[in-house]
Design a protein around this ligand. Structure first.
Ligand code: PEP
Ligand code: MG
Length: 578
């Protein structure tokens, strides 16, 4: 019997999968190198191969679009953009003029640019190198007359690969793909985004060890935690199968009550809303019983384009998304570019410490025009909508004042221009920088609501870069230092008669829910997939008991002690976790 071992990676798409593996041996083409004498003909050959690749990509895009996955289909538009990129093409062409054959010139150009992308200390941008190499291989295949094949396991299996490209992911034979695991890759890659959209459990970044597992290995994949068990014994397999059955039963039960309100046993109701970034998320939020939107990450609308959308185009886009949430509150966050979210065409300066740099609201100084256009579009699209505008990365009172005056100014301008303008718009800020949490009693006077961004609040409180896997184990939102700031922010909002939400990943974590309820949180905003389960959990709890638990966890010193207290609390009450 093969040896059992556990690999730990980065959870990329939730869910549980178990099964035999299908190892993808990427057929890597050997690039021919020779000297050419007719550069014009060689350039023509490259042009033809690029044109065929574009045709192929159009087909892929349309196939994905036909499954109502508009956003995912756009990934292939981005691939087509690479193929039309002047700098890439001219790099290859100048090598051809110097006597290189098209295959060698093209692949050298791809590699040069891919390496430049990888050198940027930014997870989103460096992940684009995968897309670029994918495009490179596609054109190479056409140059060499080799047809690209989709990944087609001959039986239901978990795909094991060094990395998967977006084209691989889309071409996976869905009926026989149980999930996928990769040695490389990050959670913000397009591949991870696609896996989530297709409902495939996935774990990435498992390291070289994954590639060494035997062809006949059997895997248990936990897309929620990132744990992968290789060749489990029968007992572990049976326990996992039980967990799968239980979790699907729990989810189905939760889903059937997803449209019921989230009210605790003692009658306290809270709002459960969705974090969205595009229309596909909006669909899922609707299906899963979201009571509105607690965080619309607008920066995702700006990726994979060549230029900033105009005011008119933005109005259209916002209207389309708002239409999904008629009569429900929608919190839209103004652009949060910077940190790990880059928009290439904006050409922002490279920084040594992007998370501590020119990010979010700090754009007011330097690119105020981008925020003005966005605010104008929101105010116009927001007529008849319960719109709430939220500003990210607030660290200072001055930033709150400046943003409020920008919004007031644009309202005035729109009125003067006799354009439609949403009059009753709540104004809120994200509390994700420790200074904002500390000053929250004062900031509360200037806002309508707070929404706590625990992803960033945790990284800034504990000084742990949220994209650095080496220090990831130090960053727990359960750390009492972070919990202290959360409690302080909620108390400050309430003392000023304002409401407080939380839109970091923490709001959707089952263990976090009882303490957040106890701390008095008004609104829980999370990935749409978590909504039915969190609502179900809230209905099993008593808010007064949760208050006592919150007091207990705030008094201990470590994240582990906090979690132990919560687990004991839940098990005493026989509350099942998903
Ligand atoms: C956060 O920081 O918690 C948050 C919700 O924002 P983002 O993850 O987009 O930075
Ligand atoms: Mg944030």
């Amino acid at each position: 019997m093969a040896e059992t071992h556990i690999l730990n990676g980065i959870p990329a798409a939730p869910g549980l999968a178990s099964g035999p593996i299908f190892k993808v041996q990427k057929q890597s083409l050997t690039i021919p190198h020779y000297t050419i004498t007719d550069p014009a003909a060689e350039k023509q050959r490259l042009k033809k191969a690029r044109a065929s690749a574009i045709e192929e990509l159009k087909g892929l895009r349309d196939a994905v679009k036909a499954q109502a996955k508009e956003k995912e289909a756009e990934i292939f538009d981005a691939h087509m953009m690479f193929l039309e990129d002047d700098s890439l093409v001219s790099l290859a062409e100048s090598d051809i003029e110097a006597g290189k054959n098209a295959e060698a010139a093209w692949m050298d150009a791809i590699e040069t640019i891919a390496q430049q992308l990888e050198a940027i200390p930014d997870a989103t941008l460096s992940a684009r190198a995968v897309d670029l190499r994918d495009v490179g291989q596609r054109v190479l295949g056409h140059l060499m007359g080799v047809q690209a094949h989709g990944i087609k396991p001959d039986r239901p299996a978990i795909i094991v690969s060094r990395d998967l490209t977006p084209s691989d992911t889309v071409s996976l034979e869905r009926a026989v793909t149980l999930g996928f695991v990769t040695a490389e890759g990050g959670p913000t890659s397009h591949t991870a985004i696609l896996a989530k959209a297709f409902g495939l459990p996935a774990v990435v970044g498992l390291g070289e060890e994954l590639l060494a597992i035997p062809e006949d290995a059997f895997l248990l994949v936990d897309g929620n935690t990132g744990a992968v068990i290789v060749n489990p014994d029968e007992k572990t397999k049976a326990a996992f199968a039980q967990k799968q059955a239980a979790s699907s039963k729990v989810f189905q039960a939760a889903l059937s009550a997803a449209f019921e309100p989230a009210v605790t046993r003692d009658g306290k109701s809270v709002e459960v809303v969705a974090n969205i970034g595009n229309e596909a998320d909006a669909h899922m939020a609707n299906q899963n019983g979201a009571e509105g939107v607690g965080l619309f990450r607008t920066e995702f609308l700006y990726l994979d384009r060549k230029a900033m959308p105009s005011e008119e185009e933005s109005i259209e886009t916002y209207r389309k998304i708002f239409a999904h949430f008629e009569g429900q509150p929608i919190v839209v966050r103004t652009l949060d570019i910077g940190g790990d979210k880059e928009i290439p065409y904006l050409d922002f300066p490279k920084e040594l410490n992007p998370f501590l740099g020119w990010r979010g609201v700090r754009m007011l100084h330097g690119r105020e025009d981008l925020l003005r256009t966005q605010v104008r579009a929101l105010l116009q699209a927001g007529v008849g909508v319960d719109l709430r505008i939220m500003v990210p990365m607030i660290a200072l009172q001055e930033e709150v004042d400046e943003m409020k005056s920008l919004i007031a100014h644009e309202k005035e301008n729109l009125r003067r221009e006799q354009k439609p303008v949403a009059e009753k718009v709540q104004f809120g800020i994200m509390v994700e920088v420790p200074s904002a949490a500390i000053l929250s009693d004062r900031l509360a006077r200037s806002i309508d609501f707070f929404s706590i961004g625990t992803n960033d609040l945790t990284q800034y409180t504990l000084a742990v870069d949220r994209t650095n896997a080496q220090v990831a184990h130090l960053a727990s939102t359960f750390n009492p230092a972070v919990l202290f700031l959360i409690q302080r922010t909620i108390d400050s909002a309430h003392a000023a008669d304002k409401w407080c939400g939380l839109c970091g990943e923490f709001a959707g974590e089952s263990l976090a829910v009882p303490i957040l309820l106890g701390m008095g949180l008004d609104e829980f905003s999370m990935s749409p997939a978590r909504i039915p389960l969190v609502k179900q959990l809230i209905r099993q709890l008593d808010s007064a008991e949760c208050r006592l638990l919150a007091d207990q966890v705030l008094a201990v010193s470590t994240a582990e002690e906090v979690k132990a207290l919560i687990k004991a609390f839940l098990s005493e009450r026989q509350v099942n976790l998903d």
